[in-house]
Design a protein around this ligand. Structure first.
Ligand code: AMP
Ligand code: GLY
Length: 437
């Protein structure tokens, strides 16, 4: 048997809905040996993999390295940005072990928005004009000097909540105050970006990148605001759908040649070759597509809608990305559309209430074409499934088109109940505003 046909043991790092979706996709691979998971407290992950029996802590990462050596892990898949920024990929990759996910140096594209702007500027990648500040007073003075209210962003990682799109100058001053002086995101707020506010439809585009080759994934759209009509605070994402039709072929070609190709080349020139998922949050402005942000991982819940549609072997796809062989494989996607509706806890995103019993999960999961991905769930001491985080479940359904997938996803959501459950009712709806003017 050729070596690439041997069963592959996989370690999956991360514990949310994105990782549950990845675990489920990887589990379908005929080549999977043993799947190991770092977050068995998520019952979705516990059902698919065995828990690692060493701490998952970057200070003691040698123990995870030893674990991988001992259990002959051939592929490590890193879901969230935190472990990528901390350098898990660097620590775990060896000659015999592939890692899906960028090095810490390459993950800086997401973990340091100020640096990402420098890379973009250096590579002439279109993005909002911005300035970076280490000093709160200087940032405030700059905000006050502007005619238009800007967007204020914490430069570090802030769980998708570090961006303030301000309507007025006082709001922008308040954002600087909260990020830099009150440090509501901790050290992630040591530096801020004060950025021109762009207008236009938003789109996200994700691509697998193996250092050189770029393989675009079908376009997705997520819904970041908590409330219907795109109102309320920013969240990690309250739902998503795929395919999204905001990007036409001409725009797609521009995004490839003006954004992805120069970004991937710039990273190589920086000595920070990018391997993993490169996620561009874009605004399609009258002057063309511009980058709002780069992420260095699958979006959550974009990953859920993508994995539900993936027909090819996920393990092979992740391996090809990690080993620089994306040009050798073909990816097949289900013709059907998929829609994910997130069910969140009472109090999310500020202070989610946890420990609340969830009912109806099994009924929803039993529906044809439905995957209920678990994110903030746990099993309590009585064996009940309870809420354990902000975003609790990602109810994901396939359908012949987006409208049918959407109808099925909401039908599945209607079977699930927990006290204080928050759900947007307009995910993938045609009435979702496409512009933020
Ligand atoms: P980000 O986390 O950078 O994607 O920002 C979260 C959301 O804030 C985006 O989805 C946009 O809706 C909005 N946003 C970020 N940057 C800008 C900008 N320069 N102009 C207008 N809206 C923005
Ligand atoms: N859903 C947006 C993100 O994962 O950043």
């Amino acid at each position: 048997m050729p070596s690439d046909q041997q069963p592959v043991n996989v370690l999956l790092i991360g514990g949310g809905g994105r990782e549950h979706a990845l675990a489920k996709a990887i589990s379908k691979s005929p080549r999977l040996g043993q799947l190991w998971v770092t977050h068995p407290s998520n019952p979705g992950l516990a059902a698919l993999g065995k828990p690692v029996d060493v701490p998952v802590d970057i200070q003691e990462v040698y123990r995870l390295v030893q674990f991988c050596d001992h259990h002959e892990v051939g592929l490590v898949v890193i879901g969230p940005e935190g472990p990528l920024a901390q350098g898990y990929a660097d620590a775990l990759a060896t000659e015999n072990r592939l890692v899906f996910g960028p090095s810490a140096a390459a993950a800086r594209l997401e973990s340091d928005k100020g640096w990402a702007k420098e890379i973009m500027r250096g590579a002439s990648i279109p993005a909002a004009d911005s300035r970076t500040f280490d000093d709160a007073d200087a940032a405030s003075a700059y905000v006050e000097s502007r005619n238009e209210p800007p967007v204020v962003k914490a430069c570090g990682l802030a769980a998708g909540k570090g961006v303030f799109v301000c309507e007025t100058i006082p709001q922008a001053l308040d954002a600087v105050d909260r990020i830099m002086r009150q440090r509501i995101f901790g050290d992630a707020g040591k530096r801020v970006l004060v950025e021109e506010r762009l207008t236009g439809p938003e789109a996200s585009l994700l691509a697998l990148v193996d250092g050189r080759n770029i393989l675009f994934l079908p376009p997705c759209q997520d819904h970041k605001r908590l409330g219907d009509g795109d109102l309320g605070p920013n969240t990690g994402g309250m739902g998503a759908f795929c395919p999204a039709s905001t990007i036409d072929t001409r725009t797609m070609a521009r995004i490839e040649s003006e954004i992805f190709v120069p970004a991937v080349d710039a990273m190589r020139r920086e000595g920070a070759e990018f391997r993993g998922v490169l996620y561009a949050g874009l605004m399609l402005t009258p002057a063309g597509p511009k980058v709002l942000e780069f992420n260095v991982r699958f979006g959550d819940p974009e990953c859920q809608v993508l994995m539900s549609r993936l027909e090819s072997d996920a393990l092979e796809l992740l391996e090809a990305t990690a080993s620089g062989k994306l040009d050798e494989i073909e990816v097949r996607w289900n013709e059907q559309a998929s829609v994910c509706v997130v069910l969140a806890s009472q109090g999310y995103p500020d202070a989610p209430v946890t420990g609340v019993e969830i009912e109806g999960l099994g009924d929803a999961q039993a529906m044809d074409g439905v995957d209920v991905y678990q994110a903030g769930t746990a099993i309590d001491e009585h064996g009940r499934t309870v809420t354990a985080g902000g975003r609790v479940l990602g109810v994901t359904a396939l359908g012949d088109d987006v409208a049918m997938a959407r109808a099925r996803a909401y039908e599945a959501c209607a079977k699930i109940r927990f006290a204080g459950m928050q759900m947007r009712t307009d995910i993938a709806g045609s009435d979702v505003p496409a512009t933020r003017a």
